[in-house]
Design a protein around this ligand. Structure first.
Ligand code: ADP
Length: 491
């Protein structure tokens, strides 16, 4: 990537949404200021769409599904267009990374990693869509029964602000590969790269109306989209409370949903673990993206004999962590918004007031603008398993440590929250790796490793409060389609 990254990218620009292949403002003309989390200042704006705008976008997507070439196109041709989109994302990588970083406050390094993952998603689904096929089923004498995988139709994608480029790519890649058309509502706090990707999709040759973007607030544009009767399937990544609202809206039309609702993911460190390998991963799994990651490893369970050693080593590492402006590319950037910083600070203050010991804190760099939404990382030790910081997703750079004695207690603690998204297991004992991996309740389990962001090939999703349905990998193609069974009576 080029050395001259301009983080002034998009200065003063009035972005427009993309409906039916055309740029559009909200019908009301209303706009939302786009704030840069690094200094809290407005640098661009997006349309504040409402129900009528959503109706136009759903209408365009429906028309493209019913009358357009998209669902009827051979899967390999759709795949070629997605592959072309991946190349265009690659060609525009510098601009996209700078835009994502400025819009979300994430360090440029993370913005670049997100672009790399987005390229891989479009590439993966570009190559995967023509490799999915149905079955022939042994049935009664004189009959032939077979299945086809068919697109749902119009898919609504409601995208969060933490990893817009990546989450859009996993949704759009799978949905489009299967022949669906899309209406995407990015988060009001981070919509810019979604608009750019929809522009690049058009440039790649994906027909007008297939990939629509409406921007606006969740309570207006998001609610209108999730409850729109013209939508056939809804996919959402975000908080459990918003997931409930979206499922209720979709349920009014009895539409299917995929929900990825975050986690309180444990990493279990047994006494025989290779600590040199584990320590940097334990830190990174919770500070990556400022802790604003669904799969953040926010609980570390440590076997008693090595508890002090691991806690001290983590405390030392936490004390050196520095948050700062995205272009400074430090350990972490600002949080997304004043609201989010307030939420994280309140949870940390409550835990301190309850007497949970703070083992270490990072810092905010001296040159960080005072208007930015910075929050210094915090490490808590000996956290009671029923404390709110042990049970609730914080979505900030806050790590909680818990001692345990033996495998039974490790599994019990790991499964002691209402979530079940990801888990990490650190042990060199092969039999234990298998036993514990089977017993932890999580959609993804890493052994002597941790990290969900990069693995576009790996099915991803949760149990219980973490949601349902699976994204990423080949599995997402099943979520983004439905089986049709056809039976022939040929006598
Ligand atoms: P946060 O509260 O931190 O913004 P959310 O999970 O609520 O996180 O937001 C994720 C996405 O859901 C955003 O695109 C947001 O606009 C959207 N959203 C929020 N509320 C609703 C709602 N009631 N209906 C549909 N979408 C919503």
């Amino acid at each position: 990537m080029g050395a001259h990254i301009s983080t002034d990218v998009a200065d003063g620009r009035a972005f427009q949404q993309l409906v039916n292949g055309k740029h559009a403002d909200a019908l009301s003309g209303e706009r939302i200021d786009v704030l840069c989390p690094s200094d809290g200042k407005a640098f661009a704006s997006i349309p504040a769409s409402g129900e009528a705008d959503v109706g136009l976008a759903v209408g365009a997507a429906r028309h493209a599904f019913e009358a357009g070439p998209w669902p009827a196109m051979p899967a390999f041709e759709r795949g070629r267009l997605l592959t072309r989109l991946s190349r265009l994302v690659e060609e525009n990588a510098t601009e996209l990374a700078a835009l994502e970083s400025r819009d979300t406050g994430k360090p440029l390094r993370q913005g670049r990693a997100d672009v790399t993952a987005a390229i891989r998603y479009y590439e993966f689904y570009g190559g995967a869509g023509d490799k999915i096929h149905g079955q022939t089923i042994p049935f009664l004498e004189g009959y032939t029964a077979l299945t086809l995988r068919e697109p749902h139709g119009v898919v609504a994608g409601i995208i969060p602000w933490n990893y817009p480029l990546q989450i859009l790519a996993r949704v759009a890649g799978a949905a489009l590969a299967m022949g669906n058309t899309l209406v995407v509502k990015p988060a009001e706090d981070a919509s810019l790269t979604t608009i750019r990707i929809a522009e690049l999709a058009l440039e790649a040759g994906i027909p007008a109306g297939v990939f629509n973007v409406v921007t606006g607030y969740g309570a207006t544009a998001g609610a209108a989209l999730s409850g729109h009767p013209g939508v056939d399937y809804v996919t959402f990544t975000g908080s459990p409370a918003t997931g409930t609202a979206i499922q209720q809206a979709a349920a009014r039309n009895n539409r299917g949903v995929t929900m990825e609702l975050g986690g309180k993911s444990p990493q279990i460190v047994f006494a025989d673990a290779d600590l040199d390998r584990a320590l940097p991963v334990l830190v990174n799994a919770v500070i990556q993206n400022g802790g604003q990651t669904c799969s953040a490893g926010s609980r570390v369970l440590i076997e008693r004999p090595v508890y002090d050693r691991v806690a001290n080593a983590l405390a030392e590492r936490f004390s050196k962590l520095v948050a700062g402006p995205h272009e400074a590319d430090l350990d972490l950037g600002a949080l997304i918004s004043a609201k989010q910083r307030h939420r994280v600070a309140a949870m940390v203050a409550d835990a301190e007031a309850a007497g949970i010991p703070v083992l270490s804190r990072g810092s905010v760099s001296n040159d960080a603008p005072s208007g930015g939404y910075y929050f210094a990382p915090v490490l808590f030790g000996d956290v009671p398993p029923d404390a709110p910081i042990a049970q609730e997703e914080i979505f900030g750079p806050v790590l909680s440590l818990f001692p345990f004695e033996g495998e039974e207690e490790a599994v019990r603690l790991a499964n002691s929250t209402d979530y079940g998204l990801v888990a990490g297991i650190w042990t060199l004992d092969g039999a234990r790796q298998h036993r514990v991996a089977k017993r932890v309740r999580a959609g993804q389990v890493f052994v002597n490793a941790y990290g969900a962001g990069g693995g576009v090939e790996l099915p991803f999703g949760g149990f219980r409060r973490s949601g349902h349905g699976r994204e990423k990998g080949f599995e997402a193609l099943y979520d983004m389609s439905a089986t049709k069974t056809i039976v022939f009576n040929h006598g």
